[in-house]
Structures are given as structure tokens and as C-alpha cells.
Design a protein around this ligand. Sequence first.
Ligand code: FMN
Length: 393
Amino acid sequence: MKLSRSWRGRAAATIVAAPSGSENPVTQPIILQISIFSPMNYPVPVARHKHGSIVNGPGQTVQQNRIFAIAPMMDWTDRHCRVFHRLLSSRALLYTEMITAKAILHGDRQKLLGYSAQEHPVALQLGGSDVDELAQAARIGADWGYDEINLNVGCPSPRVQNGQFGAALMATPELVRDCVSAMRQAVDIPVTVKCRIGIDDQDEQTALDDFVGAVAEGGCRRFIVHARKAWLEGLSPKENREVPPLNWNRVYRLKQDFPDLEIVLNGGVLSVEASESHLDHVDGVMLGRAAYQNPYLLTAVDSVFFDSPGPPASRDDILKRFIAYAEIRCAKGVRLHQMTRHILGLYQGEPGARAFRRHLSIKAVKPGAGVEVLHGALALMEETRGAHAALVA
Ligand SMILES: Cc1cc2nc3c(=O)[nH]c(=O)nc-3n(C[C@H](O)[C@H](O)[C@H](O)COP(=O)(O)O)c2cc1C
């Protein structure tokens, strides 16, 4: 409690930071881009600053500091998924899957960290609890051109607990503070934390305030809070996303207690409209499963959150743009299914949605499958729509 109180008196720092130069050939440094795709599938640059601040003319900015993010999701938000999401929203902040600091230090960095320029703004989520390892991994992430480094303090999986990180770290705020402090010293991009409202039998009120107060002392200005506890014993990670009750009010109160911090609410938000209503209480919203399972909802993000028109947005247009991307990646040896598995929900709620999923699930996994499978899926949807229109006419 003492720590959080002592924090409260301080002035806020602005979270927007200039991106560091990139040593990574696949990224474009300094000037990030809104991805409006040209026919060649290259992003067309539009002047903007990072995260929620568009340059509208000399000295003018609009819509600062509203955050809409798509959650880090292991096995889901890989680079192909993120490119797909970027086609649906130019402005959503994207997150990688969690990557452990150790993996980054010792593993295949191209495989772990490689991404496409059009993904910006994109944050790298790290897992770990070793101060030096995290600082080094953060530095490497910044060198690769990521826009933000996020520390995972929310994952309840037993494997992660064995490594003494993820949600278990909520019990050791001072260690997280030290990790954040070391990471901040290592990079000049924002270092943020994604946490729960508590773990196990922690008191949601005091434990969360103490945690956030301490970690803010390490220099974290943005907290993404999954609005339910993690129960570290007896629940699977999946159950831990469903069983502990949601408590959005607790996150709202956190913002009241720490008005100068950016608080982003996560957990159980199902639509962009619902996200907008949370903005009366917090600075931003992060969507996970809803965005992945019903990705077309993301087409509303740019206008609702950022007052900007966003990319052209019929489902077929999105699919055509994704085909252009998949063609390039297939030529580089990526298996079609690795990409198409993320787009199965594109036509959710539309006539033919099931046939679309079935077509891709069966055909994209075949050895040697190429973008003709996606062209076939597009033709199938056009046909289905024609037949449906004739039926209702
Ligand atoms: C398949 C899956 C994998 C996830 N992996 C991560 C992860 O790597 N890092 C993390 O911080 N959270 C992870 N999460 C949790 C989400 O980021 C998010 O906090 C959670 O799903 C609640 O948000 P939602 O109700 O909008 O889905 C994962 C969730 C899912 C469904």
C-alpha cells in the first residue's frame, strides 16, 4: 500500500516514445505506417506518430492515447495472423505471442522475432523473471524494430509457473519492478505489463494496487489488466480464462486509483461497441478471443476508436489482400495452412461461412497446397452469395 500511495503523488510521463532505429532488414525504422495496401501489397506510408496519434497537419494531432489492442495469444497471434488483423484495422495495436527471454537469447531469432513491416504498431510480449535476461531480450526486441515491449504477468500455465514467471509474478511486485526498470534502461520504447487482477487468495483490492504501485516505480506507465484472477492450482490455462469471475469494475477502480497511468482493460469484451463503452472508465481495451474468432469485427476499430476510415473493408476485399500476402509467403516456403488457419472466422455469420471453413480446413493442409485454394474459397463465397441472393429475391 505504501508503494502505491507514494506513487500516486507523481507526475505522469507521456508514453509515446520515438522508435529506435532498426537493425532488422524486414522492418522499416522510424516512420511507421498505416497499412493501406497498394495492388502490389506494399504498405503506403501515411504520416503518423506511434500509438494513437495521427499527424493531421502541422502541429495538429487527433485521438491521442486511445488504445485498441489485440491480445497476445500463444499459437494464435503469430506473424501471419497479425498481418491478417492488420488488413482489418490499420490502427489496432498488435501483440506477438509470448516469447520467453531465454528463447530470444538462445534460439533462432529470425523464426521467433521476424515479422512484416505492415504489422506496425506491434508489441513484443516477453516471458521471464530474470532481470538481466529480460533486459537483454528487450534490447534485442527493440533492435528488431518492435514498438513496445510487454512483460507477461498473467499466464497461469504450469510450465510457465515452473519457470517462475507469468501470473505467479503477481506475488512478487518488487521483482517485476526490478525487471521493468532494467528493461526500461535497456530500451527507449515503452515497456508495459499485462497482468491479472490477482492470483489465488490475494485480496483483489490491495494486492493489485500494491502490484501496480510497485511496478510503476520501475517505470511502467501502461498496464493491461485481464479482469479476472488466475487460480494457479487446479485450473487449466483455458479454464483460467473462463472460470474465475470477470470483474471489470476492479479495473475501473484501478484507473481511479492511478489516474496518471494508462490502464487497458482486457477480458470478456466481445465487440468494438462494448470496447468503446469501457473507454468511459479506462484508457484502452484489448480483445482476445472475440477478435480471433470473429475477426471482421475489427473493421470497425479505426472509425470507432481513431476516427479514421481504415482499410477498404468488404470480406472479399480482405480475402483478396490476404491472398496477395499468402502468395509472397508461399513463395518463401511457408505452408499455406500455417496462414489460412487464422482466417477461418472471416465470414462468420454470413451465408457460406461453414463451407468456407470446410474448404480451407480440408484443402489448405494438403501437401503442396498453394493460393489456388484461397482463390477457390473466394469463388465459393461469391457463388454462395449469388445463390443466396437469388433465393431471397
Ligand atoms: C489461445 C490463447 C493463447 C493465449 N496466450 C497468451 C499469451 O501468450 N500471453 C498472454 O499474456 N495472454 C495470453 N492469452 C490470454 C489473452 O491474452 C487474454 O488475456 C484472454 O484471452 C482474455 O481476453 P479475451 O476474453 O478477450 O479473450 C491467451 C489466450 C488464448 C485464448
